[in-house]
Design a protein around this ligand. Structure first.
Ligand code: DGL
Length: 266
């Protein structure tokens, strides 16, 4: 495997662009292929078996394009498909659950962690399992927040309805006295400021995008797959459905203009 090959990143849609952003900041010399499975989004409300099949197809596409490693930049897909993707493709695979769980396990002082995520992620119990391994005895409370994804997509982050809904989602977690909150969905970093304001400064909020980028760097180094530092990485963006919407919505997640989106049919 050549170190100069690109990293393959995929998500159900635009949410994983927050991970692409963190990867670009940390590893500017790496070339990245990003695939948004926009024809099948959302994953969060679908069954584990269906999401697993979609995720394997996305990873397979990226491997065919020459990816040297796969980053599953989607919590729902990471929750149900990381093991099957590792088994199917003989290259390093990084999901978003383990890095986020690791940061949360280190941050919590009272051993009570709240997870906000899609129905699929919360139902899978993947964060509970990962945190139990890292810090046995920790209390992990999951809260499905299904409406936050469409609100982010519709650019309604600042809308009063979003504030009311976020309050509602946070209430059971705060009542359970969590001191750490994991944004267990790639769309939620857009709500970080609002959630921090509503939860209060004493609650630590984990945005796993940065932790994921750190994990990718380590994984590449362990496998001697780092592109030389002096290289200038390129980006290619693919989507299974396409159009202006991906570019418009996606640029908010990426924090930057989206380069040309190439359409692929999986
Ligand atoms: N990317 C998904 C996640 O992180 C959220 C969007 C979806 O439901 O597909 O779980």
């Amino acid at each position: 495997m050549q170190a100069t090959l690109p990293i393959g990143v995929f998500d159900s849609g635009v949410g994983g662009l927050t991970v692409l952003h963190a990867l670009t900041d940390l590893l500017p010399s790496e070339s990245i292929l990003y695939l948004g499975d926009t024809a099948r989004v959302p994953y969060g409300t679908k069954s584990a078996a269906v999401v697993e099949a979609y995720a394997i197809r996305c990873a397979g596409f990226l491997v065919k394009q020459g990816a040297k490693a796969i980053v599953i930049a989607c919590n729902t897909a990471s929750a149900v498909a990381v093991e099957s993707i590792r088994n199917e493709f003989n290259i390093p695979v990084v999901g978003v659950i383990e890095p986020g769980a690791e940061v949360a396990s280190k941050l919590t002082q009272n051993g009570r962690i709240g997870i906000m995520g899609t129905q699929g992620t919360i139902q899978s119990g993947a964060y509970q399992t990962a945190i139990e391994k890292l810090r046995p005895g920790t209390t992990v409370i999951g809260q499905a927040c299904p409406l936050l994804v469409p609100l982010a997509e519709e650019d309604l982050v600042e809308h009063p309805a979003t504030r009311l809904l976020a309050q509602d989602y946070l209430k059971p977690l705060l009542e359970q006295n969590v001191d750490t909150l994991v944004l267990g969905c790639t769309h939620y970093p857009l709500f970080k400021e609002l959630l921090q304001e509503l939860a209060g400064d004493e609650i630590k909020i984990v945005d796993s995008a940065i932790a994921v980028a750190d994990a990718v760097k380590k994984e590449l180094e362990t496998n001697q797959l780092r592109t030389p530092e002096q290289a200038i990485g390129s980006r290619r963006i693919f989507a299974t459905d396409w159009g202006q919407r991906f570019e418009q919505v996606g640029s908010r997640f990426l924090g930057n203009h989206i380069p040309e989106v190439e359409h692929v049919d999986l």
